[in-house]
Design a protein around this ligand. Structure first.
Ligand code: ADP
Length: 461
């Protein structure tokens, strides 16, 4: 069983106030978890988010800068100052913004506060895709074929590497993220041009020209494994998710478990992920992302933070991932072993975005009226309400609709009903698209890959 609370845990790990360095639905979600654990919260906002309801329920609510995220939600000094002024003992970064910044986590710890996330060194290792791949290979996690080293400058050596891997290959920036800094090379004749373009892009976007190359998989699914680790050497995996439904590398619908992948096939991959966490001394929650093709898994990257789609795993595992994340940050050991983890039923999440369902242009404005679904097995994570003004400055995600039922077909039916009962008036949303998707036969059968949604959208035009 789990060991007793470690009395040697440093006193700085004990905190009673958490500053939430984020906005929107995830700020509301984290605040709920903190309050349930008896913790006080500090909410921050930009000038565009003063209306946030989580600001009203927080013990302190501070405006830290203008709407421009670079001057507010990405402003480390302003966030640290807010923490100091309010006496917060810990900072939760949520997702996006500064959540995967090693410099931010380091500054927080240097200020004597707790960063609710992994160690700075883990963020740095996983933030560099080459060092991440190296760490995964060392831990026995299967990776995409290709060297775990940066590309040399010499054209002849690059050609040799591509030939050894076999075309098509993909060139990726070691420091890349957000689906940028990648280029597919179908055949040898376009190799050098692709390298030059990607190197320049990487230099400009990520401040580093370092590239690597791997096999380009043509019809994979996107499968990911959620892990949870404490500071006492315990690491468990909480099942897997399928996030293949993407548009421009942005996930639109997620589900757990991934359809058609047997527990026996996924177990060794999950165990290898947990082992990798023990080897690198990983702390908190994280996600290993894989491409899955012809029955094989290939690691592509690790996200060292809470993810948007964490609720589908909460629904199937019954574990509150944000509670667990905060407890671990307080130095507590996990209160469960791998054998205690049970994944039951099936869960879907739909991301409701404030965007035009045809052009995908962001849609700002005031929500005139709002109806959200409710009932057994239905959860809505959101920060919006009637009268809320959706601002044009940030991500268009306004709500996540999550359902859970004993089997996939029932979860699908529940999602159809939930989508039908959802009404957002005053702005455009992608609800019509989500409703149509849940009627699509291939998706209903679970026969999709990472290109499916884009092809489906093209056919609808
Ligand atoms: P990012 O950090 O920018 O999200 P990832 O490495 O996670 O980059 O890749 C993003 C997406 O790019 C994947 O979900 C997949 O759609 C595609 N991709 C990445 N690597 C490969 C590959 N080797 N073969 C095919 N598609 C890939």
């Amino acid at each position: 069983m789990a060991e007793p609370l470690d009395d040697t845990a440093s006193p700085k790990q004990r905190f009673d106030t958490v500053l939430i360095a984020n906005r929107g639905e995830i700020a509301a979600r984290i605040q709920r978890a903190c309050r349930e654990l008896g913790l006080k919260t500090v909410a921050i906002c930009s000038e565009a988010d003063r209306q946030a309801l989580y600001g009203k329920t927080a013990e302190s609510f501070l405006c830290i800068g203008p709407a421009n995220a670079a001057k507010s939600y990405l402003n480390q000094d302003a966030i640290l100052l807010a923490a100091r002024l309010t006496g917060a003992g810990a900072i939760h970064p949520g997702y996006g913004f500064l959540s995967e910044s090693a410099a931010f986590s380091e500054a927080i710890e240097e200020a004597g506060l707790v960063f609710i996330g992994p160690e700075t060194s883990s963020i740095a290792t996983m933030g560099d895709k080459i060092s991440a791949k190296r760490a995964m290979i060392a831990a026995g996690v299967p990776c995409v074929p290709g060297p775990d080293a940066s590309l040399p400058d010499d054209p002849a050596s690059i050609e040799r590497i591509a030939q050894e891997i076999g075309y098509p290959v993909i060139i990726k920036a070691a420091g890349g993220g957000g689906g940028r800094g990648m280029r597919v090379v179908p055949e040898a004749c376009s190799l050098h041009e692709a390298i030059t373009l990607t190197r320049e892009e990487a230099r400009q976007a990520f401040g580093s020209p370092v590239l690597y190359m791997e096999k380009f998989l043509q019809h994979p699914r996107h499968i990911e494994i959620q892990v949870l680790c404490d500071t006492h050497g315990n690491a468990v995996w909480l099942g897997h998710r399928d996030c293949s439904m993407q548009r421009r590398h942005q996930k639109v619908v997620e589900e757990a478990p991934a359809p058609g992948i047997s527990p026996d096939a996924i177990r060794p991959v999950g165990m290898a992920c947990a082992e990798a966490c023990r080897q690198i001394g990983y702390r908190g929650v994280g996600t290993f992302e894989f491409l899955y093709e012809n029955g094989a898994f290939y690691f592509i990257e690790m996200n060292t933070r809470l993810q948007v789609e964490h609720p589908v795993t909460e629904m199937t595992s019954g574990i509150d991932i944000v509670h667990a994340q905060i407890r671990v940050a307080q130095g507590e050991p996990l209160d469960l072993l791998q054998n205690d983890v049970r994944c039951e039923g099936h869960s879907f999440e739909c991301r409701i975005n404030a965007e035009d369902p045809d052009s995908f242009l962001p849609s700002a404005g005031t929500i005139a009226d709002l109806a959200l679904p409710e009932g057994p097995g239905i959860r809505v994570d959101t920060h919006i309400h009637a009268g809320y003004r959706v601002s044009p400055y940030y991500d268009s995600l306004i709500a996540k609709l999550i359902v859970h039922a004993p089997i996939r077909a029932e979860a699908m039916a529940k999602m159809r009903e939930a989508l039908a009962a959802t009404r957002v008036e005053g702005i455009a949303t992608n609800l019509p698209l989500l409703r149509a998707l849940f009627e699509d036969e291939a998706f209903v059968r679970g026969e999709t890959d990472i290109h499916y949604l884009e092809q489906w959208l093209k056919q609808r035009r």
